[in-house]
Design a protein. Structure first.
Length: 225
C-alpha cells in the first residue's frame, strides 16, 4: 500500500516510516495537519496514519475536512487520548480505526493492513485480472496461467497500478507515484528498468504479451492484439 503518515514527533515518525517501509509499503510523511490534509486530498494514498495532536489543524479536523471530499480512504488515528469518549470522537469524525498510545508496531501494522483489505473489498476488486494474469490484493500474490510469479516490492506496486488501470495508459509519473516516495527524485530511466524486469517475469515464457509500451505516453496492460 501507499501510506501517508502524519506525525510531528520525529522519533515516532522515523519508527513508523522505517517499520512500514520494511513491511513492504510505500510511505510518505508529513509533520502538520495542513500538509496532511493537502496530501491526503491528492487521492494517491491507500491508507492514512494520523496522529490526533498535530500542529496547525488537529487530527480530528483533518479527518472531518477530508471526509467532506473523500469518504473511502481508510484512516487509522493514533492518540495518547484513550478514553471511550476519545475513541468515539475519533470514529465520529470519520476515522476507520483508533489506536491508543503506547501501541505495538505489530498491532498497528495488522490494523492498517486490515483497513487496506476492507477498502479493496469495498471497491469490489480484491482480485485484479487481465487475461490469464491475476493479482490478489489481499494475499499480495501474482500468478499467470496458475503459475506463481515472484515479484519484488516495487514490481508488485507497478503491476498493481497497471492492472487497476487495465486498458488505460499509465504515465511514468503515475508509476513513480505508485511505487516511490513522494519526495523521491528519479534518476535516469528507473521506471523503464523496473518495467523491463517486470516484463521478463510477467510476459516471457507465456504465449502473449500483456505489458505494452505506448511511445511518448507510458505503459498499458491489455491482451495482445
Amino acid at each position: 500500500m501507499r501510506v501517508l503518515v502524519a506525525e510531528d514527533d520525529e522519533r515516532t515518525a522515523d519508527y513508523l516510516v522505517k517499520g512500514l517501509t520494511e513491511s513492504g509499503h510505500i510511505v510518505d510523511r508529513v509533520a502538520d495537519g495542513a500538509s496532511a490534509l493537502a496530501m491526503a486530498l491528492e487521492g494517491i494514498y491507500e491508507a492514512l496514519v494520523l496522529d490526533r495532536k498535530l500542529p496547525g489543524l488537529d487530527g480530528l479536523t483533518v479527518v472531518r475536512r477530508l471526509r467532506q471530499r473523500d469518504r473511502r480512504t481508510p484512516v487509522l488515528m493514533l492518540s495518547g487520548l484513550a478514553t471511550t469518549n476519545d475513541r468515539v470522537d475519533g470514529l465520529r469524525a470519520g476515522c476507520d480505526d483508533y489506536l491508543a498510545k503506547p501501541y505495538s508496531f505489530g498491532e498497528l501494522l495488522a490494523r492498517l493492513e486490515g483497513l487496506g483489505r476492507r477498502a479493496d473489498r469495498s471497491r469490489g476488486q480484491p482480485v485484479l485480472r487481465v487475461g490469464d494474469l491475476e493479482l490478489d490484493t489481499v494475499g499480495r500474490t501474482v500468478s499467470r496461467m496458475g503459475r506463481a510469479i515472484e515479484l519484488q516490492r516495487r514490481e508488485f506496486l507497478l503491476i498493481e497500478m497497471l492492472l487497476r488501470h487495465a486498458g488505460q495508459v499509465v504515465t511514468r509519473s503515475q508509476l513513480l507515484e505508485a511505487a516511490w516516495n513522494y519526495d523521491f527524485e528519479p534518476r535516469g530511466n528507473i521506471v523503464e528498468m523496473h518495467i523491463h524486469r517486470l516484463r521478463h517475469k510477467v510476459d516471457e515464457g507465456f504465449p502473449s504479451r500483456l505489458i505494452h509500451t505506448v511511445p511518448g505516453a507510458g505503459y498499458i496492460v491489455r491482451r495482445a492484439d
